[in-house]
Write a protein that binds this ligand. Structure first.
Ligand SMILES: [Zn+2]
Length: 67
């Protein structure tokens, strides 16, 4: 017997202030705690400490840009 873990993909849409483009925009969440700004396309991580804020995810890009 194998217990298969079900992974739910729920799309959550919230309004928030994007720290990247500094606009009041719509943030779309594909996975919990991670949101994507629909305006500038940056990925943000949701931080909850008393208040909800969104911090940009810093991704170290070791890969060269696609040509
Ligand atoms: Zn943005």
């Amino acid at each position: 017997m194998v217990n298969k873990q079900k992974i739910k993909f729920t799309t959550e849409v919230v309004r928030g202030l994007c720290p990247e483009c500094e606009q009041n925009t719509v943030l779309v969440s594909f996975v919990p705690d991670f949101f994507r700004c629909t305006l500038c396309g940056n990925d943000l991580k949701q931080h909850i400490n008393g208040k909800i804020s969104y911090l940009p995810i810093t991704v170290s890009s070791d890969k060269p840009p696609l040509l």
